[in-house]
Design a protein around this ligand. Structure first.
Ligand SMILES: *[C@@H]1O[C@H](CO)[C@@H](O)[C@H](O)[C@H]1NC(C)=O
Ligand SMILES: *[C@@H]1O[C@H](CO)[C@@H](O)[C@H](O)[C@H]1NC(C)=O
Ligand SMILES: *[C@@H]1O[C@H](CO)[C@@H](O)[C@H](O)[C@H]1NC(C)=O
Ligand SMILES: *[C@@H]1O[C@H](CO)[C@@H](O)[C@H](O)[C@H]1NC(C)=O
Ligand SMILES: *[C@@H]1O[C@H](CO)[C@@H](O)[C@H](O)[C@H]1NC(C)=O
Length: 492
């Protein structure tokens, strides 16, 4: 009888576990402790001491998250040793990370694959706190220099995300595909790795930082592998007006219809800040802080299957825009630069109005009404369109419709990085006849704040304001589209 009862309650427990509708996620923005700058490699012991100092900080966050009921915590890219290395100087920081198929709990069997003190400590933190942990470390794979592709120093170094489950078992390993400029210490795998894993709270996928701009594996994880939540360790340098971390990453979650757990490093001199727990229907909580050097722990409850929630509807991005006729273009049309891309802009001269602006195949349409100004502010806003290949710090084809505040009354300043505004809008509606299904909706307020509950995307592709938008000055609103098939590397 008691055995039967135990069996029964275990089954109930397991089936409950497999059907969690919601779960609690945590992300930690970490102010990484960097090693002293050196051109000669430090010893393994010195490297481990530095990594332990970072893991001491991460451990506090992990414990705090577990105490608050979090099921999983994401820590940032480069969060354990920083990002300034050559191939030689990264070497003492690397460990050989096995394929998760080997079924390994490093905490229980630390030397099964040789010494691996970093993997051991991460695994033990997961096990002892009963929480899934995502960390970013360096994987080394030896190769034979007579093999094609093997680097001259006889090893592949990978920027690697690892995941330990709440028993401390290694369940996922992902090697970053799209290395950013300056990541000379690492190699990219020959082909993008698609890494997913199942949990009682949905299916997860992983990619790292710059990967988010490309099709493989980021978009493929959602489109072909139906993940519910993306894990996103990053060391993201903010670029306004369109690529500030919280702005773009929240927009990606909304545009793709998935949860995105974004953990950034914190380093204000490198403009690195901005982490968040984003989902299609809810922005934030998020953290953005250019004033101090503090890390921060965010915790929030999420739907395990966001695309099955009643609020999710796939958006037809060009539906509205391809039905309506063109509005007037306005009188002041000019070309201006946004992060090196040449946009076609028109100035919003009136307190309210309807404008269209086109470039190549893309036409953008805007209806807007500004709040009446008590004092004349002299702030200039423009509507812009861009349809072309971005070629600086990576090549990717964009289709963008944007309303943004210029740096000054000089039109040459339109598209510059601006983070303050005083003009409020009563309403707006922005749309474009995009040739892609992949469009990311961004609304950014003065001082780089997001605008939760202040806007909405309609199923017909319009980005429209909610009434409370008028409470906050506006920096920009943007439909940031990606035309992956026009990338030089295509969908690869
Ligand atoms: C490397 O490959 C070459 C050619 O296949 C082989 O002769 C050599 O023994 C290999 N070296 C090692 C260390 O495996
Ligand atoms: C920020 O990062 C740089 C390396 O890019 C590092 O030298 C510097 O110490 C970091 N700042 C802080 C406050 O950690
Ligand atoms: C949504 O629910 C359906 C049916 O229950 C299921 O087959 C599908 O995999 C779910 N999709 C996601 C993304 O969870
Ligand atoms: C803009 O268009 C809307 C609806 O299409 C219309 O109601 C409004 O009067 C127009 N505003 C201006 C200033 O033309
Ligand atoms: C977008 O609209 C413009 C103006 O109506 C049109 O010339 C262009 O071909 C349209 N683009 C697409 C992809 O349909």
């Amino acid at each position: 009888m008691s055995v039967m009862y135990l069996l029964f309650s275990m089954l109930v427990c397991v089936s409950n576990a497999q059907n969690m509708e919601r779960y609690i996620a945590a992300v930690y923005e970490h102010a990484v402790i960097h090693p002293d700058h050196t051109m000669t490699p430090v010893t393994k012991k010195e490297a481990l001491d530095l990594m332990n100092r970072n893991m001491d900080v991460l451990e506090k966050a992990i414990k705090a998250a577990a105490e608050q009921g979090a099921h999983l915590i994401v820590t940032p890219e480069d969060g354990i040793y920083g990002w300034k290395f050559t191939r030689e100087t990264i070497s003492p920081y690397l460990e050989d990370i096995p394929n998760p198929e080997v079924n390994w709990i490093p905490c229980d069997d630390p030397e099964r694959f040789g010494k691996a003190p970093v993997q051991q400590r991460l695994s033990c933190m997961a096990k002892h706190n009963s929480i899934y942990i995502v960390a970013n470390i360096g994987d080394r794979k030896m190769c034979n220099i007579s093999e094609v592709g093997c680097p001259a120093d006889g090893q592949y170094n990978y920027n690697t995300a690892v995941v330990y489950d709440s028993d401390g078992k290694l369940i996922a390993r992902y090697h970053k595909q799209h290395l950013f400029l300056g990541e000379i210490q690492f190699n990219a795998p020959n082909e993008a790795e698609v890494v997913t894993f199942e949990t009682p709270f949905g299916r997860f996928g992983i990619f790292i930082c710059f990967d988010i701009l490309f099709y493989n594996p980021a978009v493929a994880l959602v489109v072909d592998h139906n993940v519910d939540t993306i894990i996103f360790p990053t060391a993201w340098m903010n670029v306004l007006p369109h690529l500030s971390a919280i702005e773009f990453h929240s927009a990606w979650a909304m545009g793709m219809g998935v949860n995105l757990l974004s953990a950034n490093t914190h380093n204000t001199t490198q403009r690195m800040t901005g982490s968040g727990i984003f989902s299609p229907e809810k922005i934030g909580p998020y953290y953005y802080n250019m004033d101090t050097e503090d890390g921060y722990l965010l915790i929030s409850e999420l739907y395990a299957h966001p695309r099955n929630s009643s609020t999710y509807n796939p958006i037809k991005w060009n539906q509205y825009a391809s039905r309506i006729g063109k509005h007037p273009t306005g009188t002041d049309v000019f070309i201006g630069k946004v992060f090196f891309d040449e946009y076609t802009f028109t100035v919003l001269n009136e307190p309210q109005g309807n404008y269209s602006i086109c470039q190549n195949d893309l036409c953008c349409h805007l209806s807007y009404k500004k709040e009446e100004e008590k004092e004349k502010s002299n702030e200039v806003y423009v509507l812009g369109a861009f349809d072309g290949l971005h070629v600086v710090e990576g090549e990717y084809h964009l289709q963008v419709c944007t309303l943004l505040k210029c740096g000054s009354t000089d039109l040459k300043s339109c598209g510059e990085s601006v983070d303050l505004a005083s003009t409020k809008f009563q309403s707006f509606s922005l749309s474009g006849n995009f040739s892609t299904d992949f469009v990311f909706p961004e609304v950014l307020l003065s001082k780089v704040h997001l605008a939760p509950n202040m806007f909405q995307v309609l199923v017909d592709g319009r980005l429209i304001s909610q009434p409370n938008i008028s409470s906050q000055p506006l920096l920009s609103i943007t439909l940031f589209g990606r035309l992956y098939e026009k990338d030089p590397a295509g969908r690869q």
